[in-house]
Design a protein around this ligand. Structure first.
Ligand code: NAP
Length: 259
């Protein structure tokens, strides 16, 4: 399918690895020029070079912490005008409800609620002026069904989801869509680290931890970067102009619910 976005420019945050990289690859395949971001310059430049060598698009890499004021300012300054924004950052650490104090919640809210909101506020005027824009926030299945050990994620991402629900309807008249993409378990470093925590806590091997989690997914596998990137690219495409304020769950059927 021709996504109709060749020649547009996207900022994909936290994209040297994992789900952000999956989105960047799929947008590049659709002909979109990219601004990539991550904290670690080496992995970021490697990903940028991989994308340049595979697709005929311009790729700019900005090494910065997207959860800080300085990092965001740097990324937005280098990016300039963009047509597509994909927000993403590392997720909060796992634990239990009794572990977290005010500072832990503030850090999670900063990274996974206020960072995307600040980025959205920064790019909306330019998108609204030109009458076209696409914003996709990478959130989590935890906004649909809470994950007990990820209470910080459950909380901070719920706040972003509420903001998007209201704001998306205010900017849709200007041709700008904002939607959330909710990953279930995908095969990334983040998933490996969560498997490692389960293995360490329960005394089983990493493979056993992975198999046990795969058994809970009706699709019987972890999602791939390709699954995730293709869905994101569609949500950024010309075809998705009528999709407003939605929470698209990509979890292999793991969340047991009717709607
Ligand atoms: P990942 O494999 O660990 O990749 C994270 C990427 O984000 C890396 O490129 C990392 O590079 C970059 N990054 C992290 N913190 C950053 C920051 N402060 N500023 C800029 N870049 C940053 O993670 P992932 O699995 O793709 O997960 C992405 C998001 O989806 C996370 O919020 C995660 O909680 C959520 N999620 C993931 C899954 C899953 O199964 N994978 C499921 C539900 C939700 P640097 O470290 O070099 O900065």
């Amino acid at each position: 399918m021709n996504l109709g976005i060749a020649g547009k420019k996207a900022l994909v945050c936290a994209s040297s690895k994992g789900l952000g990289k999956g989105c960047a690859l799929a947008l590049a395949e659709a002909g979109v020029d990219l601004v990539l971001n991550a904290r670690g310059a080496e992995a970021l430049e490697k990903t940028a070079e991989e994308i340049r060598s595979r697709f005929q698009v311009n790729v700019t890499a900005v090494a910065a912490d997207i959860t800080t004021d300085e990092g965001r300012a740097n990324v937005l300054d280098v990016a300039g005008h963009i047509d597509i924004l994909v927000t993403n950052a590392g997720g909060p650490p796992p634990g239990m409800w009794s572990d977290w104090e005010r500072d832990d919640f503030i850090a999670a809210i900063d990274a996974n609620m206020l960072t995307p909101i600040t980025l959205i506020k920064s790019v909306l005027p330019g998108m609204m002026d030109q009458g076209w824009g696409r914003i996709v926030n990478i959130t989590s299945q935890s906004v649909r069904a809470p994950i007990p050990q990820l209470g910080l994620s459950n909380s901070a991402r719920a706040g972003l989801t509420g903001y998007v629900a209201g704001t998306s309807r205010q900017v849709a008249p200007h041709g700008v869509t904002i939607n959330n993409l909710l990953p279930g378990i995908h095969a990334t470093d983040r998933a490996i680290s969560l498997d490692g925590k389960v293995a360490a806590d329960t005394g089983i091997t990493m493979d056993e931890a992975k198999s046990a989690r795969e058994a809970t997914i009706p699709a019987r596998r972890y999602g791939t970067l390709e699954d995730f990137g293709a869905t994101c690219a569609f949500m950024c495409s010309q075809h998705a102009g009528f999709m407003v304020g939605q929470n698209v769950l990509l979890d292999g059927g793991a969340t047991n619910m009717t709607m």
